[in-house]
Ligand binder design. Structure first.
Ligand code: NAD
Length: 357
């Protein structure tokens, strides 16, 4: 792939390849943009078919983090690391300590965290070698409940935009996926007196778990979740679930959940939702609760402060819906405008000389 051409087109700062002879660690760190602050993004371990596939993934994910952090009001830029390897075979203390040493060489321009196949136990090893790692078990811990909490407030903002009231009470919901985030989201919705909640799952253990915990929450088969006559469809499982096939089936007024990359084609399917009169809560805005939570580790973790910041997802979505209305654009586009505007503004604010310390 033509790496410099791609980097120039989308404004990337840095792409770093690294290899550790002792452990076989092979990885790529990408720093997309640091105008707001150090880049932050998790490390993903995946058995990529080839180096180009890994490179494209890290570039795409790092850029996504820039917009996610900017829209979340954080002083962070976007970055990401991918490791090329089979998670079943490569993981060891040495492997993750080697990763930590490479993270340290970037001298704080990039901060890592967990992602697919890299958990808090692995990060403990990374932490032995670098100061630039967050999401540690003994600090902010598992981000999933906080991601779900952010989605809950995002759903409230979306209800306000559609029905004029943010009340969960009296509204109906279809939750796709009852894993870590879906389970917590169902809990928050029940607590707020949702009128009816349906869920779907493909994992029998999780179906049993929800049936036992919440007997009033009804299971539906995976393919039946899209066509339910509910107010909110909450995707909390996979990406690309909003596509040509599913949009036709949707009866809901709002799509708002924790999943990443919800529209299969960001432009086409965000527009299709708008055309159908369905409000879409842009994924990277509504699911930023976990990121906001780990960000608080950088300033000494305090759960109350983190939760207060996570609640602001409500106001950010409110502002994004206004931009979408005023400019007659789909909400994904409005969210990008919102994030870009903040990056531009803060860069300008910081362009003068100020002596500190
Ligand atoms: P998870 O793996 O714990 O849960 C996902 C659940 O979805 C699993 O139980 C799985 O069995 C189920 N599932 C998979 N395919 C399904 C299908 N076709 N129909 C119904 N259920 C299906 O994952 P999670 O941590 O809850 O994350 C869910 C989504 O949210 C992912 O897209 C993830 O990238 C995104 N996300 C998570 C966090 C976080 O803090 N965990 C943060 C930001 C974004």
């Amino acid at each position: 792939m033509k790496k410099f051409e791609y980097m120039e087109k989308y404004g990337y700062e840095q792409l770093v390849f690294f290899h550790d002879e002792a452990t076989g660690l092979k990885g790529i760190t990408c720093i997309h943009n640091t105008q707001l602050g150090p880049s932050l993004g998790g490390t993903r371990l995946w058995n990529y078919d080839n180096e180009d596939e890994a490179t494209i993934d890290v570039l795409r994910l790092a850029r996504g983090m820039t917009f996610k952090a900017a829209a979340a009001g954080l002083n962070l830029g976007g970055g990401k690391t991918v490791l090329i390897g089979d998670a079943e075979n490569v993981k060891s203390e040495g492997y993750f300590r080697a990763l930590g040493r490479y993270v340290q060489t970037l001298n704080g321009r990039y901060i890592t965290a967990e992602d697919i196949n890299v958990g808090t136990k692995d990060l403990d090893f990374v932490n032995m070698e670098t100061d630039y790692v967050v999401g540690l078990a003994h600090k902010s811990g598992n981000p999933s409940p906080k991601t779900a909490l952010g989605a809950f407030h995002g759903i409230r903002a979306s209800l306000k935009a559609v029905f004029g009231s943010s009340k969960i009470e009296g509204k109906t919901f279809a939750v796709q996926g009852a894993g870590q985030t879906g389970d917590f989201l169902i809990g928050y919705l029940r607590e707020a007196k949702a009128k009816k909640i349906y869920f779907t799952e493909i994992n029998d253990k999780h179906i049993k778990k929800i049936n036992e915990k919440y007997p009033d929450v009804d299971f539906v088969k995976p393919d039946d979740i899209y066509g339910l006559d509910v107010d909110v469809f909450a995707p909390c499982a996979l990406g690309a679930v909003i596509n040509d096939k599913t949009i036709k089936q949707l009866q809901c007024k709002i799509v708002a959940g924790t999943a990443n990359n919800v529209p299969e084609d960001e432009e086409k399917h965000s527009q299709a939702l708008k055309d159908k009169g369905i409000l879409y809560a842009p994924d990277f805005v509504i699911n930023a609760g976990g990121l906001i939570n780990v960000y608080h580790e950088l300033q000494g973790y305090n759960e109350n402060n983190a939760v207060n910041d996570i609640k602001k997802i409500y106001d950010r979505l409110d502002a994004i819906y206004t931009i979408a209305r005023d400019n007659d654009v789909h909400t994904q586009q409005a969210a990008l405008m919102f994030a870009e505007e903040r990056i531009k503004l803060i860069s300008r604010v910081r362009s003068n000389f100020v002596k500190r310390g």
